[in-house]
Design a protein around this ligand. Structure first.
Ligand SMILES: Cc1cc2nc3c(=O)[nH]c(=O)nc-3n(C[C@H](O)[C@H](O)[C@H](O)COP(=O)(O)OP(=O)(O)OC[C@H]3O[C@@H](n4cnc5c(N)ncnc54)[C@H](O)[C@@H]3O)c2cc1C
Length: 273
């Protein structure tokens, strides 16, 4: 790890970190990126750990999508959105190599990990020659990482509740036209706390505070209540038109995805999945 930090400090912008290579190498192959130096993290054993702590889970920078999907820790309950996101990514080869941290750092608007991390109180641990710091994924989405720093961990931490992530691509496990992550905590049928994040929309994955407030105090198990909040989301969210979908289509599917994702989180909350 010290060697990687020293190399980053020495070469700065000329160097690129290589984790799973699933986003970096396609850019290099297309000549969109021509890094002079590649710093390969893959032999730093300390970055391979997926640890469960009292307050959540800590994922080292070499924890792969497949490891998350297969770990059994993200299938139900509070952190299930991360498992949903990992399982929805690309194909087996991509999930075998690609990392959750690499996905958050890459900040692709169609990425699946960032919305799940946002809904789950995600924070990244950053290390550079001048020491370490922790920053929430929300702020990290807003400002590009300093090229001389290494992101060593992604941490997710919420207080109980249940979560889910769903996306729509052109085909299964394709880039997200739209994706929604929801975490909520219920008391009886009333939602006490909620975190909602969307992906597939420009420019970055983002939380939707207005939708979170609409959920809080509502009874989202009621279909009509869910639909009203979904309609609000459809009206308020900004979406772009690109080669995958029009903005109108994105807004439309986002509303339906939201309703389904909330229903999935509620059934997980009840322990019925
Ligand atoms: C065919 C295909 C299909 C895909 N489908 C999907 C999909 O459906 N959903 C989805 O979300 N993603 C998809 N991806 C992208 C995939 O999830 C990548 O794994 C992920 O976006 C990046 O992780 P990585 O470990 O491969 O990062 P890399 O490609 O190694 O790196 C990506 C960028 O992040 C930087 N970086 C990586 N790790 C660190 C670190 N620890 N600290 C600082 N900088 C770092 C690199 O320098 C680079 O700039 C797909 C990729 C391919 C090739």
């Amino acid at each position: 790890m010290e060697d990687a930090i020293a190399l980053l400090d020495r070469f700065g912008d000329e160097a690129r970190i290589l984790a799973g290579g699933q986003s970096l190498m396609p850019l290099v192959k297309a000549r969109e990126l021509r890094p002079h130096i590649l710093i390969d993290l893959n032999r730093i054993a300390a970055l391979e750990a997926l640890e469960s702590e009292a307050e959540g889970h800590s994922l080292g920078a070499l924890v792969r999508h497949r490891q998350i999907a297969a770990s059994g820790r993200f299938e139900s309950g509070p952190y299930a959105a991360l498992g949903d996101a990992a399982r929805s990514i690309g194909d087996l080869q991509v999930r075998n190599r690609g990392t959750a941290v690499g996905s958050v750092v890459h900040r692709d608007p169609t990425g699946d990990v960032a919305p799940a991390a946002l809904a789950l109180g995600g924070r990244v641990r950053v290390l550079g020659a001048n020491g370490g710091r922790e920053i929430d994924v929300e702020s990290f989405q807003e400002s590009p990482p300093d090229p001389s720093e290494l992101v060593t961990h992604l941490r997710v931490s919420v207080s109980g509740g249940a979560s889910a992530y769903q996306k729509l691509g052109r085909v299964e496990q394709d880039r997200a036209i739209a994706g929604v992550a929801v975490w909520l905590e219920l008391e009886g049928e009333t939602c006490r706390q909620a975190r909602v994040a969307v992906g597939g929309l420009e420019p970055r994955a983002a939380r939707l505070p207005e939708i979170e407030s609409a959920l809080e105090g509502a009874r989202p198990a009621d279909e009509e209540a869910r639909r009203r909040i979904a309609e609000l989301m459809t009206r308020r969210v900004r979406a772009q038109t690109d080669e995958l979908a029009t903005a109108d289509y994105r807004r439309h599917v986002l509303g339906s995805l939201f309703e389904r994702t909330v229903a999935s989180a509620i059934s997980r909350h009840a322990g019925t999945r």
